[in-house]
Design a protein around this ligand. Structure first.
Ligand code: SF4
Length: 698
């Protein structure tokens, strides 16, 4: 019978930040089915990735033995291992040899050049415990704050604006609060593709008669459910948000009492948005003044309004300004701190919230305490028993630049794939190739592994214990359903092995012990013990009293800033870094597909998902395709100032005229060869959502 299993294990989905709870069904040592459980974020639902994307875990391509780069192997650079034998580059090694080689290379650079010559990328796909141990190793053992992860490519600008404006980078209410709202704004996000189970709540709210305002430069499925589908000119976010703010200020739709009680900076904001009338901004945004006014009135006058946003807001050189606009909307209307209201940056990876909370970022220890604050640093030095680097570390893209400059010569990368995910890929891969010592820990021979000196085979999420914090601040427990294949080992054990081989003395008797140490320095996890998580599976932080429920809605009475008040920061118009011109007349934007996850390392090895979306594509509007004399299905070349790649042309009416959309998951058409590494000055996030491009026949 189909439903006879040898065992079932309750866990969480390994893909997106929605954090759907799952039951993994195992037979004959293999996962054979995954079902949705009644978790707080999914109520038995799963999307196609969670339900059918599990067999990557059992892929024959899993790494099963430690690998060491052959002395005569090329030093990476532009080698493409898709067309090479692994044995031409690497030889298998014992764990002892591999760990010793990995650790001694790190220790040598640290002792000869100082900790600042080292860096580490951890992973938002790993657990909270792995994130905590990883950043502790880099800070305590390597002696540097050069530790970061893909949050830098994701919501770094949103978090910068939120910390500045409301004193916390976390969401103020769960996405399920859409059902309690009267007006829901979804801007620069495509939840039906990237947070599919969250999207079901937004659709349900629309069906219930709530106002749904969906704002995006590309059309999208959710717009079919929207009361206000608004397609606007890419890159004109600040103009649009300032125009909406202008209407709210001009028509006195703001909440004066709330502003007086909780918000600073209103006068400066009013002054700034004075010149941004909808009539003046309509042409800039490609949205009629009437629509802008309608959006502003609908949002401001609703009893409860909530805002969700994604990478379309954050991945710009003005990403922090975009989020400042959203925060201003929420604060001046008092749409925050009550059920059905608030600010919710939809987090991408399954644990990007938790990894950031656990200190996997270069400027802050766990729970966002600044490394540059002498008192905070002293307390962490006391706790970890070592003196710590007083300077904030470098971020993802800055680390690549520092390698090129010769300032960094060694790296440890766990579960991240910068050779595919970083902007200006040739530059990023050249940096990885330039390192004297690169240790990569992963489950597959990713494009980043191609550059490694030592490869450590690790465990997939379905093979380990750990906690993961989803976009709703729900800390959830993941349980192992299978053993790692071959000689592959648990990630946390490998971090501990490296720590003890570079002079530390770490003793943990399991993942629970790591969680307990981590929670002891994170006030946000107060009253959430490992034992409680084992018993309840999911607890929302913060919890106010022992055994109490988590607070789903925060900022109920002011903000966790020094004076308890929110702060408005007006934003100026700044164009994207690279605008179209005669040579490169189109706008290239990148993102994800429903079936594939980020750089594709997992989902391209999940047979159902890869069968649905098997090849690299470039999507353009049929009108634009006609103008170029192309035909859908043909190969085209897409070129920017950083490189050229080829992809299959797809006709897509959701893509606006003058635009190209490319997913970044296909290593045969790697979109990040093309993207612009220019950074937002505050969040240090690159401008993935906008650069100038051209297309040609091949
Ligand atoms: Fe997994 Fe996200 Fe899909 Fe839920 S919505 S099943 S967490 S990928």
């Amino acid at each position: 019978a189909i439903h006879e299993f040898d065992g079932t294990v309750d866990s969480v989905c390994p893909f997106c930040g929605v954090g759907c709870q799952t039951t993994i069904n195992v037979k004959d040592g293999r996962i054979v089915q995954v079902d949705g459980r009644d978790g707080p974020a999914n109520e038995n639902r799963l999307c196609v990735k969670g339900r059918f994307g599990y067999d990557y875990v059992m892929s024959p391509e899993r790494l099963t033995k430690p690998l060491i780069r052959r002395d005569d192997a090329p030093k990476a650079g532009d080698i493409d291992m898709r067309f090479m034998k692994v044995t031409d580059i690497f030889r298998e090694a014992s764990w002892e040899e591999a760990l010793e080689r990995a650790a001694s290379g790190i220790a040598k650079i640290r002792d000869e050049r100082g900790g600042g010559a080292l860096a580490g990328f951890g992973s938002a796909k790993g657990s909270n415990e792995e994130a905590y141990l990883f950043q502790k190793l880099i800070r305590q053992g390597f002696g540097t704050n050069n530790v970061d992860h893909c949050t830098r490519l994701c919501h770094a600008s949103s978090v910068a604006a939120l910390l500045e404006g409301v004193g916390s980078g976390a969401v103020s209410a769960p996405f399920t609060d859409a059902l309690k709202a009267d007006c829901i704004v979804v801007i620069g996000a495509r939840p039906a593709t990237n947070h599919p189970v969250a999207a079901t709540y937004f659709k349900q709210a629309a069906k219930d008669g709530k106002k749904l305002i969906v704002i995006d430069p590309r059309r999208q499925e959710l717009m079919r459910h929207a009361s206000h589908p608004v397609q606007f000119t890419p890159g004109s976010d600040v103009a649009l948000l300032n125009a909406v703010l202008h209407v709210i200020v001009d028509e006195k739709l703001y909440d004066e009492q709330y502003i007086q009680a909780h918000v600073d900076g209103f006068d400066a904001l009013r002054e700034k948005v004075r010149d941004f009338s909808p009539e003046a901004m309509a042409e800039v945004c490609g949205v009629s003044a009437e629509t802008i006014r309608d959006v502003a009135r609908t949002y401001a006058t609703a009893e409860r309004s909530i805002i969700f946003w994604g990478m379309g807001i954050s991945q710009h050189t003005h990403g922090t300004d975009n989020s400042r606009g959203l925060i201003a909307l929420s604060l001046i209307t008092g749409h925050v701190g009550r059920p059905g209201t608030g600010l919710h940056p939809l987090r991408g990876q399954n644990n990007v919230q938790g990894a950031s909370d656990a200190g996997l970022i270069p400027m802050m220890y766990p729970d966002y305490r600044l490394v540059e604050n002498a008192d905070v640093r002293a307390s962490m030095e006391d706790f970890w028993g070592r003196s710590l680097d007083p300077k904030r570390g470098l971020t993802v893209v800055e680390i690549m630049d520092a390698i090129h400059a010769g300032d960094i010569s060694g790296m440890y990368i766990m579960g991240e794939n910068p050779a595919m995910s970083d902007p200006d890929q040739h530059h990023a891969r050249a940096a990885l190739a330039k390192l004297d010592h690169l240790v990569v820990q992963d489950i597959f021979l990713t494009e980043t592994c191609w550059h490694a000196d030592v490869v450590l085979p690790a465990s997939a999420q379905a093979e380990k214990w750990g906690t993961y914090t989803n976009t709703n601040r729900q800390v959830q427990i993941g349980r192992p359903a299978l053993d790692p294949p071959g000689e592959a080992r648990q990630d946390w054990e490998l971090i501990v092995e490296l720590a003890n081989r570079i002079g530390l003395d770490w003793q943990y008797d399991g993942v629970g012990a790591v969680y307990t140490e981590m929670a002891s320095v994170m006030p946000s996890l107060k009253h959430i013990s490992w034992e409680r998580l084992l018993a309840e599976d999911s607890v929302t932080y913060p919890v106010s009293e022992p055994g109490g429920f988590g607070n789903e809605v925060i900022f109920t009475d002011g903000f966790p800033t020094a004076d308890g008040r929110g702060r408005l920061v007006p934003a100026d118009l700044r164009p994207p870094d690279e605008v179209p011109d005669e040579d490169y007349p189109l706008v290239l934007t990148t993102g994800r597909l429903l079936e594939h996850w980020h750089t594709g390392a997992m989902t391209r090895r999940a047979t159902v998902l890869d069968d649905i979306e098997p090849e690299g594509i470039a999507a353009m509007n049929p009108r634009e395709i006609g103008r170029h004399g192309f035909k859908p299905g043909q190969m085209i070349a897409v070129e920017t100032r950083r490189g050229t790649i080829q992809a299959v042309l797809r006709a897509d009416r959701e893509v606006a005229d003058g635009m190209i959309f490319m997913p970044f998951c296909f290593n045969e058409s790697p979109a990040n060869v093309l993207t612009n590494p220019q950074l937002d000055p505050f969040g240090k996030i690159p401008e993935f959502k906008y650069c100038a491009a051209r297309v040609s026949r091949v």
